[in-house]
Write a protein that binds this ligand. Structure first.
Ligand code: OTU
Length: 632
């Protein structure tokens, strides 16, 4: 209340007149989060003549969203306000897929829910599903209408019906929201005030001196000439993805309205695509600017007032010191995103698998800044994007390695070009100047399933997949299963036949669901059966282990064996030790290490891996790629 006196007169009036009839909880939320909404917007737009009208529209959109919430959604708002860790619990397991590639349409997804229920999924992330420009559209990341579903996938009503079904199954729905750019064909792109445009090359050239290239190979540069505007348009990604100008308050409000519309449809989590890029500043890489965090706080506050059940997930694939602020640090603590992708863990898992050594992973994870209270990671092994080998000189120096050489090694290894490599991936956006590249490829193919000449090699590949998933499941975070990994789907070359996809090999790891492979999931004699059973064991192990909770302590440990990763978790008096062998040979760890951390080797330590484990003298011996779970 005390902050009210600091408000400008016209804003105080707004505060007192924004009401939702018969909804006292709304009034409480408005008062609680009002300054969290107002302060960043005043800081960004306070002197902009367009702001008063934009602000009024924003408050109207917030109030009408709240007023339109069904009784059921209001109960959900309340439930999540009293259970703020709903995405952090041991039951939480996510699944990520494209609608069309999984089940054709949104209605098709509804019909496939029994499959997800059987797997144990509680969170479903559907890749971009709003109306997009015709291909090429970057897999839907070039939206023409934020208020409509892509017609080939269904309608807004279908989306609501799916959200209802999911809620009935205890599954949350996450949807992509492309914040940074719109399709060149979007109505907003007709208005130069919504875009960053330039009369000539002088400013673009000045910016490009410090701008990295996201797609250097297929979409070099960050500016595209528009005949329509007769100006250069800012295009961070592809030439048809036009960056929005967030210095304009109308852009903020238009995007807030899009968010609130998805909340109205019953969406539970918004994945904020390309969040780092929202604010540009000359002389910088135009990512992670302080204003981005002001914008995210304001979006968050608007949603908390209108529909507090909805959570935010940041898609920011940036260095740890830039990443953790998306979870709310400093003055934004508790006011930004609930979740962010743990890209560093994902990269380190594949690095350890290729090198067979865990020193870099252990030391880099030990150096990670802690997650702010209340927020959590998303942990994952694969996603729809390439893997960028984000290993810094500081990370490498800690284990006396050379970062550049290690990155090159990983790109070579996962392209299947390094001698002895089991991987069958491909280089993505190679940079001929440095010889570096990112990596495309499905989890199974990168882990050696595609190249396996016989059953023994295939078994090792399956074990590699399960080892990576085991660490992602234990680490602390909401773990995500990328569609197809549960069945070992290999690379898919069919994108090469599609002229709108052929130049983007990320499509090789975006296969269509193979439902005939899925039918083999209960047959233990098949690859599908082994992977399915392995993931089911992991999901059950999570559910039974309270120390898995995201708010629990996460402590990587040195095991005394450079091939075996160790991770301690602790929460509410319960503890977990996970050990993982990253090589194809048996590896021993001294029992002293286990005891020193307060654990005993129990007979059931191998249950989650599915293979027994026995002590050998003063050691525990892990089979190739075996992982052990010890409770304490
Ligand atoms: C995201 O990725 C999506 O995940 C991609 O599939 C899209 O192509 C892209 O946005 C454009 O919408 O650079 O290489 O720090 O890493 O936003 C992928 C965030 C990307 C960026 C991320 C981007």
């Amino acid at each position: 209340m005390q902050n009210r006196h600091a408000m400008r007169p016209e804003v105080r009036a707004d505060f007192e007149t924004t009401r939702v009839e018969g909804d006292d909880a709304f009034a409480v939320r408005l008062e609680r989060f009002f300054t969290e909404l107002r302060d960043p917007l005043f800081a960004l737009y306070g002197n902009d003549a367009r702001f008063p009208a934009a602000w009024e529209r924003l408050l109207e959109a917030i109030a009408s969203t709240a007023a339109g919430r069904s009784r059921e959604l209001r109960m959900l708002d309340h439930e999540r306000e009293v259970t703020p860790d709903w995405l952090q619990r041991e039951q939480a397991v996510g699944y990520v897929t494209y609608v069309d590639r999984f089940a054709g349409t949104l209605t098709g997804v509804r019909e496939r829910l029994p499959y997800l229920r059987e797997l144990g999924v509680t969170y479903l992330h559907l890749m971009p599903l709003l109306a997009a420009r015709p291909a090429p559209n970057d897999g839907g990341y070039a939206v023409v209408d934020y208020g409509a579903v892509e017609p080939a996938l269904g309608t807004m009503d279908d989306l609501s019906a799916l959200a209802d079904d999911l809620r009935g199954e205890g599954m949350a729905l996450c949807v992509d929201l492309v914040l940074n750019h719109v399709a060149a064909e979007h109505p907003w792109a007709r208005d130069p005030a919504f875009l960053r445009t330039f009369e000539d090359r002088s400013e673009p050239d000045a910016y490009e001196r410090t701008l990295p290239d996201v797609f250097p190979d297929t979409a070099p540069g960050s500016f595209t000439w528009s005949d329509e505007h007769e100006r250069w348009v800012w295009t961070t990604f592809n030439a048809y993805q036009w960056d929005l100008d967030y210095t304009n308050p109308d852009v903020f409000v238009a995007m807030a309205e899009a968010m609130l519309g998805l909340a109205r449809a019953g969406v539970d989590v918004l994945r904020l695509d390309a969040a780092p890029f929202l604010w540009k500043r000359l002389g910088t890489n135009c990512q992670n600017q302080p204003e981005v965090h002001e914008l995210l706080q304001a979006f968050r506050a608007a949603m908390r007032i209108a529909a507090p059940a909805v959570a935010f997930k940041a898609e920011a694939i940036v260095a740890p010191q830039d990443l953790v602020p998306y979870l709310g640090t400093g003055k934004h603590e508790g006011k930004e995103c609930d979740l962010a992708y743990h890209n560093v863990l994902m990269v380190l898992l594949w690095s350890a698998l290729a090198s067979g050594r865990v020193g870099l992973m252990t030391s880099t994870l030990l150096a990670m800044p802690p997650v702010p209270p209340g927020a959590g990671w998303l942990t994952y092994v694969r996603c729809h994007d390439d893997i960028g080998w984000a290993i810094t000189p500081e990370d490498a120096a800690r284990v006396h390695e050379d970062a550049y050489l290690h990155r090159r090694f990983l790109a070579d290894w996962y392209a299947g070009e390094f001698p002895g490599s089991f991987a069958r991936g491909a280089r993505f956006q190679p940079d001929p100047r440095t010889g570096e590249a990112r990596t495309s490829g499905s989890c199974a193919s990168l882990a050696g399933l595609e190249s396996a000449p016989d059953a023994v090699a295939a078994e090792l590949a399956i074990r590699r997949v399960l080892l990576l998933y085991a660490i992602a499941f234990a680490h602390g975070g909401l773990p995500l299963i990328y569609m197809g990994d549960e069945l070992g789907l290999p690379n898919d070359a069919s994108y090469l036949q599609d002229p709108h996809k052929a130049d983007d090999n990320r499509w090789m790891h975006r296969p269509a669901m193979d439902w005939s492979a899925a039918e083999r999931r209960h047959d233990p004699g098949t690859v599908e059966g082994q992977l399915w059973a392995g993931l089911r064991r992991l999901i059950e192990a999570r559910r039974a282990t309270r120390a898995i909770h995201v708010q629990g302590a996460v402590e990587p440990i040195w095991t005394g064996n450079d091939h075996v990763f160790g991770l301690c978790r602790a929460q509410a008096g319960e503890r977990l030790l996970v050990l993982g062998n990253f090589t194809a040979e048996p590896q021993a760890v001294g029992l002293g290490v286990v005891h020193e951390h307060g654990f005993e080797l129990t007979e059931d330590a191998g249950t989650v891996d599915g293979r027994p484990v026995e002590p050998y003298h003063d050691f525990v011996v892990l089979a190739p790629y075996q992982h052990l779970w010890l409770s304490g």
